[in-house]
Design a protein around this ligand. Sequence first.
Ligand code: SF4
Length: 114
Amino acid sequence: MVYVIAEPCVGTKDTACVKVCPVDCIHPTRDDEDFKDEVTLYISPEECIDCGACVPECPVAAIFPLDELPAKWDAYTELNAKYYELKKTGDLDGWKAYQDAHKDLLTPKPKAEH
Ligand code: SF4
């Protein structure tokens, strides 16, 4: 099982989670070049060790263990993984195309819609 960052992070990017993650598997960090380009943070499903430390740190309750992720945010599981599969392996065109095809996931929603 892994942890997933879902819609409440879009437009928030608080990064409190980054500070507590023992394996540095949440990106982009504020030190990453692409921090300003991304609208949300992502957890690497390959590196996450399921410790749960990030969950209580998130001020907008955006992080869930996979088996507790609300169904309406199912697509964020793939979104988190694709950031690492595509962007972090240098496939910037692939990541751009994926983002273009999933704009709905990457558009900040009014908080009342959560
Ligand atoms: Fe990092 Fe633990 Fe959160 Fe996984 S569950 S992203 S390892 S803090």
